[in-house]
Design a protein around this ligand. Structure first.
Ligand SMILES: *Cc1c(COP(=O)(O)O)cnc(C)c1O
Length: 360
């Protein structure tokens, strides 16, 4: 796709038709970055790649509830969250399209990633943030030189403002632009390679806009279609029960995403009341024979405290996934190979982390 479009001319969401190739012998000899799967990433020319040599994060064994679970350490990516995977490919595409400036809306981590990769590309970057944006993430975005527009109102109001600006500028939207998903999908490639080119039995992921969940789904499917793996994992998505539109839809068996009354949650990274790709997320979860789980604030805090005491510094949003994982372990087969991920670094939420220390 060589045009500067980020949505379908019908106004709907755009998806990419793309055939991924996996030359395993070549891949094995390449640098340990997400770009080792070069033939599976839809960027035409290497000269357009915008990278900090991100990816190939360790797959760490962690003991939880008498079980061993594998966690991707994506909190160690360059800006401290998994969103760097998506931003690397999306901003490479913007470079390929000779875009001079991008707009994005974000409550935090996506804005940090898009700002950093735009800086590396020498592309201008404007980010619309909601009024209650986390102060630390705002500092990080500004430090990379992004222009920040603080929008009065909610996260949805910031998205509406960015959509307006996107009439004139390239919308580097993590939730809508399909190139973002084609970066995030490298999560699945790495997991399978690290398991000896096998898929795990299940993956447990936090889900807000679903870029991680859908990216993983696309990645596993591409590996299956290329004959590299022979089965794809069950996908378990975890939401905060204070903002759980996908969980509600799943529970009711509906295809549409219900309007929900969103309450406050410590898991700010998954506090998305109206995920634009909600229907696709539900389809992916069902196709994988997975499920959605919603966890309460107390469980999230407890999981954050527990994982912190194991020497790991992750965001409260990542702890929501761990809380969901702990519930899932109660029903999982003892032999299942289960993979989850640390989506964001705890230092990005140092203000919130104070509460678990002060609680002692
Ligand atoms: C963005 C984010 C999530 C949720 O990812 P989605 O793609 O919106 O589902 C989870 N954890 C962290 C730390 C995030 O930044």
């Amino acid at each position: 796709m060589e045009e500067r479009v980020w949505r379908c001319s019908c106004g709907g969401l755009l998806d990419l038709e793309f055939e991924a190739d996996f030359p395993l012998e070549k891949i094995r000899l390449r640098k340990p970055t997400m770009w080792r799967y070069r033939e599976a990433i839809p960027i035409s020319h290497d000269s357009n790649i915008i990278s900090f040599l991100e990816g190939y994060t360790p797959l760490l064994e962690v003991d939880l509830e008498d079980r061993t679970v594998l966690f991707k350490e994506d909190h160690l990516l360059p800006t401290g969250s998994f969103k760097d995977r998506g931003a690397s490919v999306l901003i490479s595409k913007a470079r390929e399209l000779r875009v001079g400036r991008v707009v994005e809306d974000s409550s935090g981590n996506a804005g940090c990633s898009i700002a950093a990769y735009s800086a590396r590309a020498g592309i201008g970057c404007k980010i619309f943030v909601p009024w209650n944006v986390s102060p630390i993430k705002l500092i990080q975005m500004r430090s990379y030189g992004a222009e920040i527009v603080r929008v009065p109102g909610s996260r949805e109001d910031a998205a509406a403002a960015a959509l307006g600006a996107a009439e004139k500028e390239y919308y580097a939207s993590h939730s809508r632009n399909p190139f973002f998903l084609h970066g995030v999908k490298t999560f699945a490639f790495e997991v399978c390679e690290q398991l000896g080119w096998r898929a795990p039995d299940s993956v447990v992921l936090p889900v807000g806009n679903g870029t991680l969940l859908l990216g993983a789904y696309i990645g596993f499917k591409e590996l299956l279609e290329a004959g590299v793996i022979h089965e794809t994992p069950r996908i378990v998505g975890v939401q905060s029960s204070n903002c759980a539109p996908l969980y509600e839809a799943f529970k009711r068996g509906s295809v549409g995403i219900p309007d929900i009354e969103a309450g406050a949650t410590i898991a700010e990274g998954v506090a998305v009341a109206k995920p634009p790709r909600g229907g696709q997320i539900l389809e992916a979860v069902k196709a994988s024979e997975g499920k959605l789980i919603a966890v309460g604030e107390a469980e999230i805090w407890e999981s954050l405290r527990e994982i912190s005491r194991k020497g790991l510094c992750i965001e409260p949003t990542s702890a929501a996934a761990i809380a969901g994982l702990k519930r899932y372990l109660g029903e999982a087969d003892p032999k299942e190979v289960i993979v989850s991920t640390f989506t964001g670094h705890g230092l990005k939420a140092a203000d919130k982390m104070l509460e678990i220390i002060d609680g002692d």
